[in-house]
Design a protein around this ligand. Structure first.
Ligand code: CU
Length: 106
């Protein structure tokens, strides 16, 4: 019985205390919205492109580096799981001004 409770907690089920939410970031007009994101470990980020041009989501920060590839117009990125606490910036390969700052807390 104890083991089942532990698994439920690890999955963020039941208590609402743990992470595991999905946060949607919109790419539109060559910028990300929101520009700052407060997340919890266990949450996932998902990027949605509402622009008429492609965007390419990547994180250059050491230890958090990820490249989600190109999102065509009206497409979405693969989910980006947030596995550890910290702060990093998300950019677009094509548009240097596109940036959102993500802070992940335990
Ligand atoms: Cu872009």
């Amino acid at each position: 019985m104890k083991r089942i409770v532990a698994v439920a907690l690890a999955l963020g089920v039941g208590t609402g205390a743990a992470g595991a939410g999905e946060i949607t970031v919109v790419a539109k007009d060559d910028s990300y919205a929101p520009r700052t994101i407060a997340a919890r470990v266990g949450d996932t980020l998902k990027f949605v492109n509402q622009d008429f041009v492609g965007h390419a989501v990547y994180v250059p920060t050491f230890g958090y580096g990820v490249n989600l590839g190109v999102m065509k117009p009206s497409a979405a990125s693969p989910a980006m799981p947030l596995g550890k606490a910290g702060t990093f910036d998300v950019f677009c390969v094509f548009h240097p001004g596109m940036k959102t700052k993500v802070t992940v807390t335990p």
